[in-house]
Design a protein. Structure first.
Lengths: 570, 325
């Protein structure tokens, strides 16, 4: 009995001893680790490591440009010591996560250079004013610079174009230094048409052969006077109140006449208006053109004009409402004259408001409105679409063909008899259609390989113009390290713009440095800082700002790091 | 009486299946990231307009409420308005449906003929050169992607020989008064040949191989020996006795194929510019047009279930040994 107890006791003792030893040695270890950590704190710890950058790209088939250029940019950033992850996302996902929710680190999109963006309100105000930095707003980078905001507000509200230009110049300079979201490259838009069948085609700034001016100028050389126009995708909805795709808008512009149109150089000119003048900062007076008719034969009156603007706001048309935010009321002065009264001075109202709203026939829409109600009118398919424009609606078989015929009573009647629009579902089809002579005009920006394929077809003419839209890389200033101006500048300097143009575009693009395109001569500021193509300069900027690299070349934040958000903080 | 009861039971099962399908579809599309509005931000949809549109689409309500509204209106036969086209989703599909149907029925008919007779022939000539070459050929065609065969046909028949049109359903610029005009013209038939041929070559392989192996089973059976011993002609044995009995598995395979075919073939419709449902479904999914995508998939589901039911009933007719219960 006793021996047994002894045995147990000694066992317990030994056990305790071992336990003790083990505990001691483990405390020793933790102390050691803590010491090491302290040493690391001064040098390279997880805490001071620059966070990984997630660069969103598209799949190669969706847009080879964004895919290839994205990989090149990521490689270049890796050379600076950043950890970069590229993820290919579908457009619907990228747009809702990035464009809308602003959850990105960095991603690229191709901003279209539509005619209404020639007045750089979109580029300079919408994309960069702090009021747009909320969810769903255009200020995707989250750029909130009070100095810039002030300039932007003056730019928007001053009616004097020279003053606006001055402000625009200054804004471009600030943006080029702060680089919240650098423009990368402008494509050289290249489009082709059949020169044996048609002549006088017009490649306009921003829109190429899609331009309104092309469709009223292009002239047949042969007996077949209906022009065949091949595109990739079909139209969706020809209701001007709810349309949202660019393709619909291009066609609606031919069917409906706005009071003002943007001419080829981006200047607003009277269209359905005989003339217009600004009475004061907040009042614009428009005299309606004489003798205009809708396609159903009824005359276009001042009442139709007033109705259009009142109606669009009454039913809360998603498309028109944003264009008419600053409009207070529309007043009929007499049978030919109408006044637009603004809530506050807003210079782009003429080019981005009056020029985008097509006049609707009151007698049709009032009747439909009564039958369908506000919600019903917004989803009405509006066929046949009746406007007063140079083309009238003929028929539409979805995914097959869409036909417009010329409205000969129009004051600027087209030279062709009509347009037959054929959706091909894929670019390959459009190119083959052009090659085989099935279509006369391709609504497609041709890529180098496609030009190569078409160049032996001697009946084709190729026109090109620099795009005023661009590929833009959107950083997210709400997140580190993009909240730091020096990081943004360095990353932008590291972008191999020239190499991208050479390798991805086959030379058919020009580098973009300013937020307003060089092709937009009136507004573009040549003398902005030009960031790009210089990885050494990028490293220098980071070094000067105190960023450090460990033995493996990974980048770390400076000691006693203070974020500098804007160039003026330096 | 008994068979009526069986059919009724099957129909009830079908309705339950479809209800589950609708529920899964509803949540599946909404769980996927992305929404039908934000993809138009870059083309000029500002934040107020986005909110207006979401409200117009009814997407501002809680998910469960949306689901209840959806089920309720579906029971009334209202599938909702397409976000892209404004008009009812069922109308949008109706416009594309006939185009797909004509193409698919043609190609299924061709592929069934090739499949049944080809399969029977290969099995009958088992071990000969015809069988070896034929099987290899069928497998090769089956492995070739449809878009590739399609483009090959296009470049030969449309580009080089200029015999057939490049694509579409009619020569651009033809306008018609009625559906009859559209589908019953020489021009339409010319446009139908290449896509129908491409589709049927691809879809003939499965029934053909099934038919072949089923035939091989059947010819080993005793009754074939028996009829042969009776002195019946070889051709008659093949057509009347062997083929009829070998047909059963082909029917099942074919019913499933037909159900899917209603959804159209995206690749064929894209290559040949055919204005059918397949193209539309892909567009609807990538544009997050929930009502349109849901309706389209619902239709495909219904068709697949329906064809399966028909196949089962047909079984009993073709093979008296199958007893329905």
């Amino acid at each position: 009995m006793v021996t047994r107890f002894k045995k147990c006791f000694s066992f317990l003792l030994i056990f305790l001893l071992i336990f003790n030893l083990a505990a001691c040695s483990s405390t020793k270890n933790t102390v050691k680790e803590e010491n090491q950590k302290e040493v690391k704190e001064e040098a390279f710890t997880e805490k001071t490591k620059v966070p990984e950058i997630n660069l969103w790209i598209t799949s190669q088939t969706y847009d080879p440009v964004r895919y290839e250029a994205g990989l090149m940019i990521a490689n270049s950033w890796k050379k600076l010591g950043f950890k970069v992850n590229t993820t290919a996302l579908e457009w619907a996902t990228m747009s809702s996560e990035g464009m809308k929710a602003h959850k990105h680190d960095a991603f690229m999109i191709q901003w279209g250079g539509k005619a209404e963006r020639i007045d750089p309100f979109h580029w300079l105000y919408s994309l960069h004013h702090s009021s747009e930095a909320v969810e769903g707003g255009y200020n995707i980078a989250g750029y909130e610079n009070p100095e810039y905001d002030k300039l932007a507000e003056e730019f928007a509200s001053n009616m004097d174009w020279e003053v606006r230009k001055q402000k625009a110049y200054k804004m471009q300079e600030i943006l080029a230094q702060d680089v919240p979201q650098p423009p990368l490259v402008h494509r050289k838009l290249t489009m082709a048409y059949n020169k044996e069948n048609f002549e006088n085609a017009i490649m306009a700034m921003g829109e190429g052969l899609y331009s309104f001016w092309n469709w009223v100028n292009i002239t047949p050389k042969v007996d077949r006077k209906i022009i065949r126009f091949g595109t990739v995708s079909d139209l969706k909805l020809l209701n001007p109140l709810t349309t949202k795709t660019g393709q619909d808008i291009y066609m609606l512009r031919l069917i409906y006449d706005p009071l003002i149109r943007i001419d080829r150089d981006g200047k607003p000119i009277p269209w359905a208006a005989q003339s217009y003048r600004t009475v004061d900062d907040k009042i614009i007076e428009v005299v309606l053109r004489d003798g205009m008719k809708f396609h159903d034969g009824k005359a276009v009156t001042v009442d139709d004009v007033k109705f259009t603007f009142d109606f669009a706001r009454e039913v809360k048309s998603p498309y028109y409402l944003s264009k008419l935010k600053k409009l207070d009321k529309v007043e009929k002065v007499d049978d030919k004259t109408i006044r637009f009264v603004l809530k506050e001075p807003f210079a782009p109202f003429i080019s981005n408001g009056l020029a985008l709203v097509g006049i609707l026939p009151k007698h049709i829409w009032e009747k439909e409105y009564k039958e369908r109600g506000a919600e019903g009118i917004l989803s009405w398919e509006n066929l046949p679409a009746i406007g007063s424009g140079p083309y009238k609606y003929e028929y539409w078989r979805p995914n097959e063909e869409f036909k417009l015929s010329s409205f000969d009573e129009h004051f600027n009647a087209p030279k062709v008899k009509g347009i037959l629009r054929i959706p091909y579902a894929q670019t390959y089809g459009v190119v083959q259609g052009l090659k085989s002579g099935e279509i006369d005009v391709a609504g497609l920006n041709l890529l180098p390989l496609q030009i190569e394929e078409l160049k032996d077809s001697s009946f084709l003419a190729f026109d090109e113009i620099d795009d005023q839209g661009y590929y833009m890389l959107h950083y997210n200033m709400r997140k580190a390290p993009f909240n730091d101006v020096n990081v943004r500048r360095a990353l932008t300097y590291a972008i191999p713009k020239d190499q991208i143009i050479e390798l991805v575009f086959g030379g058919r693009a020009v580098p973009a440095y300013s937020t307003v395109a060089a092709v937009n001569k009136f507004w573009h500021n040549e003398n902005v800082e030009k960031l790009g193509n210089d990885i050494e300069k990028a490293r220098e900027i980071l070094k000067e700002a105190g960023f450090r690299w460990d033995k493996e070349g990974k980048i770390y934040f400076p000691k006693d790091y203070k974020v500098k958000g804007y160039y003026s903080d330096n | 009486m008994r068979s009526m009861k069986y059919i009724l039971k099957r129909i009830l099962q079908m309705i339950l299946t479809l209800f589950i399908l609708v529920t899964i579809l509803f949540f599946l599309f909404r769980v996927v990231p992305g929404d039908p509005v934000s993809m138009y931000i870059d083309s000029g949809l500002d934040k107020e307009s986005q909110e207006l549109l979401l409200k117009q689409y009814g997407l501002d309500k809680p998910l469960l409420e949306q689901y209840i509204i959806y089920i309720k209106s579906m029971l009334r036969g209202d599938f909702g308005n397409s976000f892209q086209y404004g008009k009812p989703a069922i109308t949008v599909i109706g416009e594309r449906f006939w185009n797909t149907l004509v193409l698919m029925i043609t190609s299924l008919a061709i592929s069934l003929c090739i499949g049944v007779f080809g399969g029977a022939l290969l099995a009958w000539k088992r071990g000969t050169k015809i069988d070896t070459v034929g099987t290899i050929l069928v497998l090769a065609v089956r492995c070739a992607p449809v878009f590739w065969t399609g483009m090959l046909f296009l470049s030969i028949f449309a580009f080089k020989l200029k015999l057939l049109p490049l694509g579409g359903m009619n020569t651009p610029g033809t306008n018609f008064v009625s559906l009859y005009d559209k589908f019953f013209s020489a021009d339409f038939l010319k446009h139908l040949i290449l896509p129908a041929l491409t589709a049927s070559l691809y879809s003939a392989a499965t029934p053909l191989l099934v038919m072949r192996s089923s035939m091989l089973e059947v010819v080993k059976e005793d009754f074939i020996e028996l009829v042969r011993a009776k002195g019946v002609k070889e051709k008659k044995i093949l057509y009347k006795h062997a083929m009829r009995n070998a047909l059963l598995p082909v029917i099942t395979v074919f019913a499933v194929q037909a159900g899917f075919a209603i959804g159209g073939s995206v690749l064929i419709e894209t290559v040949f510019r055919w204005p059918g449902m397949g193209r539309e479904i892909v567009l609807a999914v990538s544009a997050r047009d929930y009502p349109l995508a849901q309706t389209a998939f619902f239709l495909i589901g219904t068709m697949t279930a329906l064809f399966n039911l028909i196949a089962d009933v047909l079984y009993a007719y073709l093979d008296p040994r199958v007893v329905i219960n």
